[in-house]
Unconditional design. Structure first.
Length: 364
């Protein structure tokens, strides 16, 4: 994950206040309460775990999708193919968190009966972090996987055309006292949303994240937004991104790559594709034994010797879990630009966010 600059100088917003404000905005856009809660949970959960690139920063984007760009706030996801372990879900052109929440709930139900279940999702839109849906499987004592297509922001290794998405993949494996293993990675060095956060703050990005439009390495966040994201591991990151994109698009009959849209014209509504998978651990091994073994694996890494310049080592998902505890206690740090956007969207759609505005006061 990215630890963003300047968080100590930002306004701390209690989780319940932020949750209530965002929920009100999406209900004012015409979503029913369950759908609005799914989307709100996706965004606020991301911020609560320090993943600000996929948090309430995206409220203006989502409101625009719902009110101007053809996304259907009343769309109801449905199963179009049910073959026991294999599901195909139509997201009904609602926001992706609605479809993915529905898909993982149904996948978990099926995995209880057939032990391993996979749902391919089409007809959807941006779905937020993938780790959220894998953590739903953890709550059922299962291993969760989730992946999605993203707008193309990478070129093939050695190429110049922006035709490959960073297409993230998340895996969650239940642990015990040491916590769970939760990995959520895209196959670029960063996500487009993370660069947006740095651009909002006027801060430089790390030198290995992106290229500018001319193909030169850049630390200028604004220039990077018009350029290319660098794939992780060179050709390996490109190949992995393609694989997740194909798992999302081909099995669901949904879009892949440029079929989803492009960074210049934006995403096409209702064509995103994703997938989720749930594995019933108890069908393979005793769940308590697996939890104990996961604890041992996590402990081994955390207690291994750090290289010079590092105080300690972290396992996947540990930093996010620690931040969730901290931010639920102290409030979520949000910058003025994000808060101003939320208040502006609330005014636009007629949502009551008075509890939030009492904390923020006027923001520019």
């Amino acid at each position: 994950m990215a630890l963003y600059p300047g968080s100590e100088k930002e306004t701390r917003i209690p989780v319940d206040v932020l949750d209530s404000a965002v929920l009100s905005i999406f209900q004012a856009c015409g979503m029913n309460e369950a759908a609005a809660r799914a989307v709100t949970r996706s965004l606020v959960d991301a911020d609560t775990r320090g993943i600000h690139s996929h948090g309430v920063l995206r409220v203006p984007d989502y409101v625009k999708k719902l009110t101007e760009e053809g996304v259907d706030p009343k769309g109801e996801p449905r199963i179009v193919t049910d073959a026991a372990a294999a599901l195909v879900v139509d997201g009904a052109n609602n926001l992706g968190a609605v479809a993915m929440t529905f898909a993982m709930e149904k996948t978990i139900e099926h995995a209880r009966d057939v032990n391993v279940a996979f749902a391919a999702v089409a007809g959807s839109n941006h779905a937020g972090t993938m780790e959220l849906y894998t953590r739903m499987a953890l709550e059922a004592g299962m291993i969760g996987l989730a992946g999605t297509n993203a707008l193309p922001t990478m070129a093939p290794w050695g190429g110049r055309d922006k035709i490959v998405g960073i297409n993230p993949l998340a895996v969650a494996i239940p642990g015990g006292k040491m916590g769970d293993f939760v990995l959520d990675i895209a196959f670029g060095q960063t996500a487009h949303g993370k660069i947006r956060v740095f651009a909002q703050k006027g801060e430089p990005i790390p030198p290995d994240w992106a290229f500018d439009a001319a193909g030169n390495p850049t630390i200028d966040a604004v220039a990077a937004l018009d350029g290319l994201i660098r794939p992780i591991g060179g050709h390996k990151g490109v190949g992995l991104g393609m694989a997740v994109g194909m798992l999302s698009g081909l099995l669901s009959g949904g879009a892949y790559g440029l079929e989803t849209g492009n960074m210049l014209d934006g995403p096409k509504p209702g064509v995103d594709s994703h997938f989720v998978m749930a594995i019933n651990v108890a069908a393979f091994q005793d769940i308590d034994v697996v939890r104990t073994r996961v604890d041992g694996i996590l402990r081994e890494l955390r207690t291994s010797r750090p290289a010079e310049g590092n105080d300690r080592l972290y396992t996947p998902g540990e930093i996010e879990a620690d931040l969730e505890v901290k931010f639920r206690r102290e409030g979520i740090p949000l910058n003025d630009a994000t808060l101003a956007d939320i208040l502006s969207m609330a005014e636009k759609v007629g949502a009551d966010v008075s509890a939030l505005s009492r904390i923020t006061g006027p923001v520019a």
